[in-house]
Ligand binder design. Structure first.
Ligand SMILES: [Zn+2]
Length: 136
């Protein structure tokens, strides 16, 4: 019998018994259980909020690198100075998130416009394969 993954608890659900979360949550299925339904909706809604905030921040960062390699250098200096001012636990948390981004970016489609970045990401991913950044 085929199973799918519950969007809330991650456990297997028999495909026939999997409950779609509804049109506001396309592709998401859960156990037919009030706890899983509420938990999945809460997680997805929270992720949507984070995604919106991250998208706003990235628009600012992309604006700084758009059309000029010199702006990229300015952005690096400003990012470095800003990160240095933050709590070291937050610094490590940010670096862990960036590590995850780099690992995912290594799998991105590429053409000449991002080829160097994807190849670099693959090398960094391989070099950091055994490195885990703890939350302390
Ligand atoms: Zn579940």
């Amino acid at each position: 019998m085929a199973t799918v993954k519950c969007s809330a608890c991650g456990g297997p659900v028999e495909e026939e018994k999997a409950l779609p979360l509804g049109s506001d949550y396309p592709g998401e299925v859960v156990h037919d259980d009030d706890g899983c339904i509420a938990k999945a909706r809460e997680r997805i809604d929270q992720e949507r909020g984070v995604k919106d905030e991250v998208s706003k921040a990235l628009r600012i960062l992309f604006g700084q690198v758009n059309g000029s390699s010199k702006s990229g250098a300015t952005l690096v200096r400003c990012l470095t100075a800003s990160v240095r001012l933050e709590h070291r636990t937050l610094q490590q948390g940010l670096m862990a998130a960036l590590k995850g981004l780099i690992e995912n970016y290594a799998e991105f489609d590429e053409d000449l416009r991002n080829q160097d970045a994807v190849e670099w990401a693959r090398k960094v991913k391989e070099a950091g394969r055994d490195c885990y950044l703890r939350f302390i």
